[in-house]
Design a protein around this ligand. Structure first.
Ligand SMILES: C[S@@+](CC[C@H](N)C(=O)[O-])C[C@H]1O[C@@H](n2cnc3c(N)ncnc32)[C@H](O)[C@@H]1O
Length: 473
């Protein structure tokens, strides 16, 4: 390929940004963006690492926990299984150690991942249903001792974002902005190209998950922005979801009391549920008062609803693993936003103390701990995810002394051969960055960085993911 260097001053003009006319509450935009993101095609989890995409240590700990329970757990219901790594690993561990098949039932709001991975999934004991977490409690109401597992689910689901500004309650909104040179194909056009290449199941998934077909055509930035301005969701569903990759966001906040922003989400609830929501909202209010003015935190609407609807399930046990924060973390936060954007998908780290409070209000016995403590308890391994160590080391390093690329190379070399567990399937690029090393080894790496004079400040070694267990006798 010939690369032509343009003389200074002849660079093509940077695209102009088209801005939406009105900000949209983060909660609404997150629900839409994630629905579009996960109903694309291919393997949606291939683009970013999650707690469960390929870490072999966490499923090992969960299996040891399951195998140690009395009476024995015979069925697991996993909601939001992503690329099914956790499902396959747990089924494999239980088979190897207890010589029996665990009944493993997966539920996901989207079938895209399932369509992509279905040929590599176990056949015995495994099942998949395209059902969202919202419908799970009703689906399992008659069942006793339901065991639920959710790994990185609630950071993706319905969350309201609020903040205090000079003591006034406000709701966080985003203003989507799109470069004016954006051109995007319709889902139908992309699906017909997939079908031409012989990939009929992916073509089908691209259309059926979005519940729409539509014309084979191209959309430009003006078309897409007009749909966003009109909140024309049905038409936006027809655009290929990769338009999300081009969006950028401005953040705005508007005065709105929690009773309206959050209360509105429970409008249809009966009196006992409203009492519960009021209690949880008061707890949230206290949390808001403990963070610096202008810092937003999340109210996990989907999680609060889920716990309420699971309260009558006799003998239920719910294990949630996710990125998020506890009350103790709130005062350390240096980011005033309560959401982040990865590959177009919006994620809201989970407000764990609030969910623990909600679980207790629903009558569950609730326990909250860092994921690493859970892993240590069940495997004896004191670990840290490599990706976490890398991002914290990047933050603490003096960029003038070591580039991000060199830091990554150094970490790779330092940990070569000592990443815990093995890749069992479909390694993605950089996949071992989502795996774990021992805490001791991580400290040795940090010492080495310090010794070479690369650090401008200490590396934060706090853990950032948590495990909430909620059980009911
Ligand atoms: C961040 S991924 C995590 C996947 C996997 N558990 C992991 O840790 O790699 C979130 C998963 O939840 C699913 N999901 C998103 N919203 C959902 C909902 N409302 N109900 C059920 N599943 C949902 C997505 O399709 C995806 O599989």
């Amino acid at each position: 390929m010939v690369h032509i260097e343009l003389p200074p001053g002849c660079e093509p003009p940077a695209p102009r940004m088209l801005k939406a006319q009105r900000p949209i509450p983060v909660s609404i935009w997150q629900r839409l963006a994630n629905e579009w993101y996960y109903s694309g095609h291919g393997d949606p989890l291939k683009l970013f690492g999650t707690l469960g995409t390929n870490d072999p240590v966490l499923p090992r700990a969960i299996s040891a926990d399951l195998l140690g329970r009395e009476p024995p757990v015979t069925a697991v219901h996993e909601i939001g299984p992503g690329n099914f790594h956790v499902a396959k690993a747990i089924m494999g561990f239980v088979r190897a150690q207890a010589h029996r098949n665990l009944q493993y039932r997966c539920y996901d709001a989207h079938a895209t991942s399932y369509t992509y991975h279905r040929h590599r999934l176990p056949t015995e004991g495994f099942s998949f249903m395209q059902k969202g977490v919202e419908s799970f409690p009703a689906l399992t109401r008659e069942q006793e001792a339901v065991h639920v597992l959710c790994v990185e689910l609630f950071d993706d689901t319905d969350t309201e974002h609020a903040l205090l500004h000079k003591g006034q309650e406000q709701m966080l909104c985003v203003l989507p902005c799109l470069p004016n040179d954006t051109v995007m194909e319709s889902r139908s056009l992309a699906a017909s190209q997939l079908a031409h290449m012989g990939d009929f199941s992916q073509a089908h998934a691209l259309l059926s998950d979005a519940g729409s077909t539509g014309l084979e055509k191209l959309y430009d930035a003006d078309d897409i922005m007009a749909m966003i301005d009109g909140m024309d969701i049905e038409r936006l569903r027809k655009v290929h979801p990769s338009f999300l990759l081009r969006l950028q966001y401005e953040n705005h906040a508007f005065p709105l009391p929690l009773e309206t922003s959050i209360g509105k989400r429970f409008e249809q609830a009966d009196a006992p549920c409203l009492r519960y929501v009021r209690q949880v909202m008061e707890y949230f209010r206290k949390q808001l008062r403990s963070v610096p003015d202008g810092n937003a935190i999340g109210f996990p609407v989907a999680g609060v609803k889920f716990l309420w609807e699971m309260r009558d399930h006799a003998g239920a046990r719910i294990d949630l693993f996710d990125y998020g924060y506890t009350n103790a973390d709130l005062c350390h936060r240096d980011n005033p936003l309560s959401y982040s954007v990865f590959q177009g998908q919006l994620t809201s780290p989970v407000n764990f103390d609030l969910l623990k409070y909600a679980a207790t209000e629903c009558g569950f016995d609730a326990r909250l701990e860092p994921t690493e403590e859970y892993i240590l308890r069940h495997t004896g391994l004191d670990t840290i995810p490599l990706s976490r160590l890398l991002s914290n080391a990047e933050y603490a390093c003096d960029r003038g002394k070591i580039s991000s690329k060199d830091l990554k190379t150094l970490l790779r070399a330092f940990t070569a051969g000592s990443v815990l567990g093995t890749r069992d399937e479909d390694p993605v690029d950089d996949s071992h960055m989502n795996m774990r090393i021992t805490y001791e080894q991580a400290m040795a790496f940090v010492d080495m960085l310090r010794g070479r004079g690369f650090l401008k400040q200490p590396v934060d070694m706090r853990r950032c993911s948590y495990h909430l267990s909620a059980s009911r006798q």
